[in-house]
Design a protein around this ligand. Sequence first.
Ligand SMILES: [Fe+2]
Length: 347
Amino acid sequence: MGADASIVSLFKAELELCKIGPGDTVAVLSEGTRRADYAQAFLAAAQQIGAAAMQINLPSLPVQGPAGQFGRTPLAGNRLAIDALKQATIVIDLMGLLFSHEQLEITDAGARVLLVVEPLDVLRELFPTAELRRRVEYGSKLLGAARELRVTSPFGTDLHYKLGQYPVMTEYGYTDTPGRWDHFPSGFLLTHGNDGAVEGTVMLMPGDIVNAFRRYVQTPVRLTVEGGYVREIAGDGMDATLLKDYIESFNDPRAYAISHIGWGLNRRAKWHHMAATRELDAEIGVHGLAFYGNVLFSTGPNTELGGSNDTACHLDMPLRNCSLTLDGAPIVDHGRVVPPEMQTSEV
Ligand SMILES: [Fe+2]
């Protein structure tokens, strides 16, 4: 099967952003027939820029987990494949290693990992730029220096995070740094609160997103957070019931932990995308995760930034119209990015 020329040129541009060239090795990691067209196109793109290229294709897991379940991959236990991937310059991950121990082992060895699973129209619409990287990295300096983060909203959200224990993670859609992970496309940043040091209330309101459900919240939900865990999920509508039932189904108290917190900086990402796309089932939901001025709140694991909670229940919940401060300084104000350094004319 020949690779589609327009996809090859898109992936070539992406590999060039990643500064891949002659002497580098691109390893494409895939599962079954999923994104087989992407695999062929990345191999062809790598070849065009003079890099060595290979594909490792693994059988799919016999049973697929639900949406929002992370960390269990066909790579687990496959020592030969893991050792080969560790030697690549960059691993193009077409299956989703996020939150897995295998991914940490590969990046610890110095290989970069680039996750690529979104449909082609999303890759094109949100194609990364150096300007996006600059804004995300500016945000990461502010977030890395902060010791207290607070999220508020006119609807009653008031959540406090103590910071400093965990590093900041940036996602701007490409990576030219050894050992670094990114997701093509992307555009946000995040960290974790210190262990046990997240307190307050989150009001999920209509229009907020529960990404694992591919669903906009329709009815208010109140999450009460104490000691870094959600202690109560309250609300009269469908959304509170869904959240409670879903998290409970993991039968894991660590599923209630507060996970990462941060904000979205991708001007091209659209809050309304999920209502309009035809490919919802095929998406991770980057538009929702990255739209400009969101507050990205989440629950579940913290292994990605060095914590010990590897629960499989991860819920990303991009919030609209919220305000976020770092040590009292406004960063997002009612959904608008405040510091001029993170504003953009990019559309
Ligand atoms: Fe997440």
